[in-house]
Design a protein around this ligand. Structure first.
Ligand code: HEC
Ligand code: HEC
Length: 234
């Protein structure tokens, strides 16, 4: 009996400790709806400034074109892209709210670093694919849209450097199997579908081994003319 009483007492002490500590740490009930508060949930995976991580599939989102980021957030919300934690997180966010978040990460400095992958066999062919395309298989050169320096262009085309090779390969495969979609004409679906397994692997590794470029930001809209169609057809 004596023991039971002690346990109850201990329980009460613990409870009061929990209550008092939560009183210390509790946020005011009406937390201000600042952009800092809104992006808190993103930082656990994408890094404090959206810089991404080199060792997982969490991509950099800092410094990508705002229009591109907004499209992606809408795609996760509307089921055009699938990654359940993100789908849930943005499920009830309206366009204006998402646009603010997209603008916030677009304005973060993109610290582009080489992802540390090393050059490998097939690099010469890959360089050719990226800069000239693959005429035989109807694949346009990546630089036609992503730019000669591969930094992307406002408003909708992201850069291809400073991304993890695993992430790049996963995206190309998602397009091919239909778990990632983009706004029409969704050229990346056509392009990814025409790349061989080997090309996917090699282009992802090659892009991830590119050195950082300066400046890293996407080119302003109109800096070059992107093709009106998805490039050469087979
Ligand atoms: C649980 C981890 C996690 C959280 C939390 C998270 N993300 Fe993501 N996010 C990911 C992963 C993983 C991907 C890549 C998914 C894929 O392969 O398509 C991604 C992709 C993205 C993309 C597309 C990137 C690109 O280049 O196409 C954007 C934009 C993005 N997240 C923004 C956000 C924002 C904004 C938040 C907070 C509201 C957030 N994420 C919260 C893990 C997370
Ligand atoms: C005709 C224009 C065009 C060409 C050519 C092109 N891309 Fe793209 N690419 C785009 C657009 C537009 C997007 C953004 C799609 C979206 O909104 O989801 C994109 C997005 C991507 C992404 C997603 C990046 C991310 O952060 O998630 C990858 C990877 C990619 N392209 C790789 C390539 C490769 C590799 C090539 C060459 C073999 C290539 N692209 C050629 C237009 C193009």
């Amino acid at each position: 009996m004596k023991r039971g009483k002690r346990v109850r007492q201990l329980g009460l002490i613990c409870l009061s400790l929990v209550l008092s500590s939560s009183a210390w740490t509790a946020e005011p009930s009406a937390a201000p709806d600042t952009i800092a508060a809104r992006v808190q949930g993103c930082q656990t995976c994408h890094g404090a400034h959206g810089e991404g991580t080199a060792d997982t599939n969490f991509p950099r989102i800092a410094g990508k074109p705002a229009g591109y980021l907004l499209n992606q957030l809408q795609n996760f919300r509307d089921g055009q892209r699938s990654y359940p934690p993100m789908n849930y997180l943005v499920a009830y966010m309206h366009d204006d709210y998402l646009a603010e978040i997209a603008g916030y990460f677009a304005a973060q400095p993109a610290k582009l670093q080489s992802m540390g992958e090393t050059a490998s066999a097939g690099d010469a062919a890959t360089r050719l694919l990226v800069t000239k395309g693959d005429v035989v298989h109807g694949i346009p050169a990546c630089v036609q849209c992503h730019g000669a320096r591969l930094t992307g262009i406002e408003p909708g085309i992201p850069g291809l450097i400073g991304l993890n090779g695993k992430y790049i390969a996963a995206q190309l495969v998602s397009w091919r199997v239909g778990t990632r979609h983009a706004k029409k004409p969704d050229c990346m679906h056509d392009i990814a579908s025409r790349l061989s397994e080997t090309q996917v692997r090699q282009v992802a590794g090659w892009l991830a081994s590119r050195p950082a470029v300066d400046p890293t930001s996407p080119a302003p809209a109109g800096a070059w003319t992107t093709p009106l169609t998805c490039g050469s057809q087979p």
